[in-house]
Structures are given as C-alpha cells and as structure tokens.
Design a protein around this ligand. Structure first.
Ligand SMILES: [Zn+2]
Length: 208
C-alpha cells in the first residue's frame, strides 16, 4: 500500500494522491472518490482523460520536504492513510487529504500532505548565490556573492540618458527612459545611493 499521484496530462492538473496497492488500484480509488464503481466505470461514463499515475510514498520510504534551506529536512515515512491517526490522533482535526507521518532526521515527527513531499535527493536544495551587479554602474568588477536576502534592487540611470531624462522629465519611467535595474549587495547599494543620489534609488521588494 502506498500513495500514488494522479495527474491529467492534458491540463497538467494534479487530481490528488490516492492510497492503493497498484497503479490500477489508484485509478479505481480516484474513480470511487468521484462516485463511480471503479476506473472502468468512470471511463464508460466520462472517457477521454489522459491520466498519469506515479508512485509516491509507502511506509519506510525516504522522503524530503521543505522549500527553503531553513526548513529543509529528510526523513522516513512511518505511516500513511488512516494509520497516521493511530500514531497522531490530534492530526485528524487538520483535515488532511492524504496524510503522511514522517520521522524527520532532525528528530521531530510531523504529519504532512503526501503531495508536499519529494523523493530524497530529488531536488537538492542549495543556497543560491547572488552576484553583485554593481560593476555595471561603478565600472569595476565587484566580487561580492551571497544570499539574496543581503541584496537590494537599484534603479539607476546611465549617464548617456541623463540629458534626455532631464529634458523629458521622465525620471522614474522605467524602463522607457533608459534606466537599468540591478541587484546589488547592500553595502554597494549604499555607496551608489550616496555618490549618485540624483540618479539612483532603491526599488522596493515586490516592485522590481
Ligand atoms: Zn558590488
């Protein structure tokens, strides 16, 4: 018994994760959820869907979860389906569709949705390194690299456009006015904002 992911290959829609012993069993389980006797019955009534069935997790499988390095962890599946609530009765209140009880390698146990888990090693998460782009403004290569959280986005006007921007009074009308946006290290941003105050400003997070 394990979870199987069923998705519609035409629409890309994930129909859900279903408990079954086999691919066919998963299709039957989905059909029963929708009010049919089994998959064959569903095909008679509503044919034409291209469904892709992929094996997900069973007990003792290794999984990983978390989207950011902070909450990323690997663990082992302890229970699936209703068995989860024998271990963790209070999790029933959360109304999970496809519950999985995971013993994380960090020592904690949590109940999560089957579709929120990945196979161990499937998507190795690495801290993305961002390279400072201040060289485009300063003209010298900057060697700073680091996490995105230590960078900001600047809008900056190259000197060649400044005359026309003054004439047209269109400073801030990015990108039509010729301005560029660069992601730079916090320290480099401060330096540019200080030395080129009239022609640079910080673009707020979410507005870039
Ligand atoms: Zn820099």
């Amino acid at each position: 018994m394990r979870y199987w992911k069923i998705e519609n290959t035409k629409s890309g829609l994930v129909m859900g994760a279903y408990l079954a012993d086999s691919e066919e069993g998963a299709l039957d389980a989905m059909a029963r959820d929708a009010g049919y006797r089994d998959h064959a019955h569903a095909c008679e009534v509503a044919p034409g869907d291209d469904l892709l069935v992929t094996a997900l997790w069973g007990v003792d499988d290794r999984v990983e979860g978390g989207d950011t390095p902070e909450d990323y962890d690997t663990g082992t599946v302890l229970a699936i389906g209703d068995d989860v609530y024998e271990h963790e009765p209070t999790a029933r209140e959360r109304g999970l569709v496809s519950p999985v009880l995971v013993a994380w390698d960090s020592g904690v146990r949590t109940v999560v949705e089957a579709l929120d888990l990945r196979e161990e090693g499937e998507a190795p998460l690495e801290t993305p390194e961002w390279r400072c782009q201040c060289g485009e403004v300063v003209g010298e290569l900057c060697s700073w690299t680091g996490p995105r959280s230590e960078t900001v986005v600047l809008e900056w006007m190259p000197p060649c456009f400044r005359g026309s921007v003054e004439a047209a009074r269109n400073w801030g009308v990015y990108p039509e006015n010729g301005a560029v946006r660069i992601r730079v290290a916090r320290d480099c941003a401060d330096l540019i904002l200080e030395t080129d105050a009239d022609w640079a400003f910080e673009v707020e997070e979410g507005m870039e």
